[in-house]
Design a protein around this ligand. Structure first.
Ligand SMILES: Cc1cc2nc3c(=O)[nH]c(=O)nc-3n(C[C@H](O)[C@H](O)[C@H](O)COP(=O)(O)OP(=O)(O)OC[C@H]3O[C@@H](n4cnc5c(N)ncnc54)[C@H](O)[C@@H]3O)c2cc1C
Length: 418
């Protein structure tokens, strides 16, 4: 007999957790504070499934770059100055995690989780008749200058050592791979295992299949308070006033995790990292694969007949306004790499924004908490939430079923910051 499970948060992580929990025979209620047709971080993102991204944000030198960025609001990564004790503590943890030793130690668990998740995507695509258009054409990292190409080539060599295949291409070899798609670059790295998909189709497909499987969705309902008894969570009180009880609870509230867990005496530091995307409905040309414009940190992904450009990371708190200056900076950088895409083609396109949930060490929180035996956390996936969603969902179902998790969870412990 399966358990009753309440999942709090209906982004891609919550939906993936629900998918595998239902497959394991559990009865799931999913509570999401937004209405059923809501937008959010899990929908307008760049749609890349990237096992090549095993380097966390917290690396030596990054904290200094973030501090300098306070004075350049249009930089691809920008820390908006503000007095916030939570940001200060997060910054301190980030600084402590930004050592070579810790960044290197994070690579193996991130690689394992990402490869596991890619395998889960391949199975999910078969089960769901690939409604979300998973395409495995690789990812090209386009470099405009030699120095960046050399840095990326070092990462490619490291990827090879870790069993994640990558190749270095010069400008001519690069252009030959995507003949109609003009590129200005000295060369590129091709990460061959990487893939892309259409996130809206993934999210919609999961919502539909979960509803068909009998999942109870409580849309437009926020969790306000946790009810606990003797080391266990017994229920969540929602904005409707009702208390929803269950055998197990899964917390997947992304960037809102610190505020959602108030009263639980857990320390789950997360800062929101805002990013934007712009989707061209009728691009002049469509590549097969997805791309990263390295120096500008812009992702470019074909989704059906449309082409999405996504990027920027702004640490500005839970602030969902669009900073036009940052969007314009992103747009004006595109033509430098892709001359067929000029700023006027983006005129009139409404920018989308989303808040990435960023932990100080770049690893998500996945696991049970010691304080509350029946509470599982799956949050803080930063720039990798789409890539890691099905893998995370499978691991959460391993925990619900009390099976040994398919990937070691120690590095992802939700209580590693206290
Ligand atoms: C510009 C951009 C590009 C990106 N590109 C990629 C990419 O190419 N590949 C990749 O892997 N990742 C990418 N990401 C990151 C990815 O989108 C996120 O990591 C992922 O969407 C996080 O999913 P989530 O389910 O944890 O959070 P969310 O999607 O934010 O879901 C959390 C949900 O919890 C709900 N919630 C909050 N509080 C409560 C409450 N009290 N009660 C009930 N519900 C609550 C929220 O309303 C929200 O719907 C990108 C992100 C951005 C911004």
């Amino acid at each position: 007999m399966g358990k009753t499970v309440v999942i709090v948060g209906g982004g891609v992580i919550g939906l993936a957790c629900a998918h595998y929990a239902v497959q394991s025979g559990h009865r799931v209620t999913l509570i999401e504070r937004q209405p059923a047709d809501h937008d959010g971080c899990s929908l307008g993102n760049a749609g890349m499934v990237v096992p090549s991204h095993f380097v966390p944000l917290a690396v030596p030198g990054m904290a200094w770059s973030a501090l300098k960025s306070m004075f350049t609001p249009s930089a691809p990564i920008h820390l908006r100055p503000r007095l916030s004790p939570a940001l200060l503590r997060w910054g301190f943890d980030f600084l402590r995690a930004s050592t070579t030793a810790r960044a290197t130690a994070a690579r193996l668990p991130l690689r394992d989780l990402a490869l596991f998740s890619l395998a889960c995507y391949q199975r999910l695509a078969t089960e769901q008749h690939n409604r979300f258009a998973l395409r495995q054409h690789g990812l090209y990292v386009l470099c405009r200058d030699e120095h960046t190409l050399q840095e990326e080539a070092c990462l490619a060599a490291e990827a090879q050592r870790l069993g994640v295949p990558a190749e270095v291409l010069d400008a001519r070899a690069l252009q030959a791979r995507e003949p109609g798609f003009q590129m200005r670059a000295v060369g590129a790295i091709r990460h061959t295992l990487d893939a892309h998909l259409t996130p809206q189709a993934l999210v919609q497909g999961l919502r539909t299949s979960l509803a068909e499987a009998g999942v109870e969705f409580q849309w437009g309902t926020a969790v306000k308070r946790w009810v606990t008894t003797r080391g266990k969570v017994s229920g969540v009180q929602t904005t409707t006033g009702a208390v929803v009880g269950a055998d197990a609870f899964v917390l997947t509230t992304g960037a809102w995790t610190p505020e959602t867990t108030q009263g639980l005496q857990l320390r789950l530091p997360i800062q929101a990292g805002k990013g934007y995307s712009l989707t061209l409905p009728t691009p002049p040309v469509l590549p097969q694969a997805c791309f990263i414009l390295a120096e500008a940190r812009i992702a470019v992904t074909p989704m059906g007949q449309t082409l999405r450009f996504a990027g920027t990371l702004e640490l500005a708190g839970l602030n969902e306004t669009v900073a036009q200056r940052r969007v314009q900076a992103m747009v004006s950088n595109v033509a430098g790499y892709l001359p067929q895409f000029t700023p006027d083609q983006f005129a009139g396109i409404t920018p989308w924004q989303g808040l990435r949930p960023i932990t100080p060490d770049g690893l998500p929180y996945i696991g049970r908490t010691r304080r509350w035996q029946n509470l599982i956390v799956a949050s803080g996936h930063a720039m990798m939430g789409l890539s890691l969603a099905p893998g995370t969902g499978r691991l959460v179902s391993d925990l619900l079923d009390e099976r040994a998790p398919a990937v070691g969870l120690d590095p992802f412990s939700p209580e590693r910051f206290g």
